[in-house]
Design a protein around this ligand. Structure first.
Ligand code: TMP
Ligand code: MG
Length: 212
C-alpha cells in the first residue's frame, strides 16, 4: 500500500519552564499514543547520552563552566547530531514526542543576554516541529512544585526571563496549554492536539525546517 508507506510521522515538541511538567507529560503522551496503536517514540533534549550530551550535563550540574556562546552551540550541536535519525524516524512513519527543542535552546541562552537572532542562527535547517505544546505555568508556581533539582538555570529570576523569551518565540505551530490544570486534564488536551497533528502528517502535511 503506497499511501501507507509514505505516511510520515510528526515532530511534536513539548516546551515550558523547568518544573512545568514536560517530562512526565511527554512520557505519558508517548505511552498512551503507543497503546492506541500509533508508532511513537519519546525523545528529549539535551540528549545526555552522547559525548556532547555528557559535556552539557557536566555544565548543567556546575561541574564544568563554559562560555555562554560555547554552551549555546553545544546544545545546538546536540540537536544536529540527532537530525538524520530524527528525519529517518519520521520518514519511516514514527512520530517523535520531544521533551525540549530549539525553543529551549534560544530562550535559555537569550535569557542570559545573548542576542536573539544570534541564538536562533545555529538552529536554522533543523526539522521544524509540526506542533509545539507549550506547558504554560507562572514561574512562581513552577518554583513551588517540589522545588528545583539544583541544576543551573533552576532559579526563579532566571525562569521569569526565560518565560518572556518563550513568548517572543511562539509561532503558528504553538498551542499554549494551561499547565496548572491536573495531570490528567493536561494529558487529555495534549493527546487530542497530538492525534490531530499526527493525522495531518499522515494525510500529507510536509515537513518544514526552522525557522518557519
Ligand atoms: P532538562 O531539565 O529538560 O534535562 O534540561 C536541562 C536544562 O537545559 C534546562 O534548564 C533547560 C536547558 N536547556 C538549554 O539551556 N538549552 C537547550 O538547548 C536545551 C534543550 C535545554
Ligand atoms: Mg531540568
Amino acid at each position: 500500500n503506497v499511501s501507507c508507506d509514505s505516511k510520515r510521522g510528526a515532530l511534536i515538541v513539548l516546551e515550558g519552564l523547568d518544573r512545568s511538567g514536560k517530562s512526565s507529560q511527554c512520557l505519558k503522551l508517548a505511552s498512551s499514543l503507543a497503546s492506541q496503536g500509533f508508532s511513537v517514540e519519546a525523545w528529549r533534549f539535551p540528549d545526555r547520552t552522547t559525548a556532547m550530551g555528557k559535556m552539557i550535563s557536566a555544565y548543567l550540574s556546575s561541574k564544568e563552566d563554559m562560555d555562554d556562546r560555547t554552551i549555546h552551540l553545544l546544545f545546538s550541536a546536540n540537536r544536529w547530531e540527532k537530525r538524520s535519525l530524527m528525519e529517518a524516524k519520521m520518514k519511516a512513519g514514527t512520530s517523535l514526542i520531544v521533551d525540549r527543542y530549539s525553543y529551549s535552546g534560544v530562550a535559555f541562552s537569550a535569557a542570559k543576554g545573548l542576542d536573539l537572532s544570534w541564538c536562533k542562527a545555529p538552529e536554522v535547517g533543523l526539522p521544524a516541529p509540526d506542533l509545539v505544546l507549550y506547558l504554560d505555568i507562572a514561574p512562581e508556581k513552577a518554583a513551588e512544585r517540589g522545588g528545583y533539582g539544583g541544576e543551573r538555570y533552576e532559579q526563579l529570576d532566571f525562569q521569569r526571563k526565560v518565560a518572556e523569551l518563550y513568548t517572543a518565540l511562539s509561532d503558528s505551530a504553538w498551542q499554549i496549554v494551561d499547565a496548572s490544570l491536573s495531570i490528567d486534564s493536561v494529558h487529555k488536551i495534549l493527546k487530542e492536539l497530538s492525534i490531530q497533528c499526527i493525522s495531518d502528517c499522515h494525510r500529507g502535511k510536509e515537513l518544514s525546517f526552522l525557522w518557519p
